[in-house]
Design a protein around this ligand. Structure first.
Ligand code: SAH
Length: 216
């Protein structure tokens, strides 16, 4: 797939970030995806100098674009091969959705704040990203209309996994996201023939998954 980047990044910023990520992430498809998605396009104008630093950055509405390392680890844990249908909860800037879109067939991404979703839509359209569908609403209910999903990515901290999300996983599907409980950790769920199996991974720090309007 052709990279979405239109011009080269100055000063080896991408290479410096990659060197950092290679210590923790092995999947070459995931490392390639991070190089191909121009993170600077998802970051506010006054934070351009930090766009390729391995840090979370504010994107407005009190929200943040996730740290590249965490985006990469979550993509790696989802074991995407290219054919998957993915649900992404917490669009934010749209960056994580764009990385997922390089690794899977189609991404449905749900965001609670319409203004963030609208900005993400502009960014993705400007980059020509055609395999992401943006939705506004409470992502903790998932998006049943397109279920089941091969992978569910949750980019906001859950107080326990909302039951609607694993319920929308296909057989063999994976869900990854941060779960609060004493500390905040990435949790991976796998839906197998015998039910849902849970693995706990590293500590992370995400903004909370906000309860939605509770309707339907
Ligand atoms: N993935 C984003 C960063 C996620 S920050 C990126 O790449 O930039 C978490 C996001 O989850 C925020 O944008 C927040 O508004 C959104 N969010 C919080 N609760 C939500 C809910 N219940 N449903 C959908 N989105 C939610």
């Amino acid at each position: 797939m052709r990279p979405w980047r239109s011009r080269p990044e100055p000063e080896g910023r991408v290479e410096r970030l990659l060197a950092d990520l290679r210590i923790h992430v092995e999947d070459p498809r995931v490392l390639a995806a991070i190089c191909e998605v121009p993170r600077e396009r998802f970051v506010p104008a006054d934070l351009q100098a930090e766009a390729w630093d391995n840090v979370a950055l504010p994107i407005g509405s009190g929200q943040t674009i996730s740290q590249p390392l965490v985006v990469e680890r979550m993509c790696e844990l989802l074991e995407l091969r290219g054919h998957e249908r993915v649900l992404d909860v917490g669009t934010g800037s749209g960056y994580h959705a764009a990385v997922l879109a390089r690794l899977a067939a189609h991404v449905w991404s749900v965001e609670l704040h319409p203004e963030l979703s609208a900005r993400a839509a502009e960014t993705l359209a400007a980059l020509g990203v055609a395999n992401v569908t943006l939705l506004t609403g409470d992502g903790s209910r998932g998006h049943p209309a397109e279920a089941p999903y091969d992978a569910v990515n949750v980019a906001a901290a859950m107080q326990g996994i909302p039951p609607a999300l694993p319920a929308q996983l296909a057989e063999g599907g994976r869900l990854v996201g941060p779960v609060n409980g004493g500390d905040q950790r990435l949790v991976l769920l796998r839906r197998g023939p015998g039910g849902v199996r849970e693995e706990r991974h590293e500590r992370v720090r995400f903004v909370p998954l906000v309860p939605g309007d509770g309707a339907g």
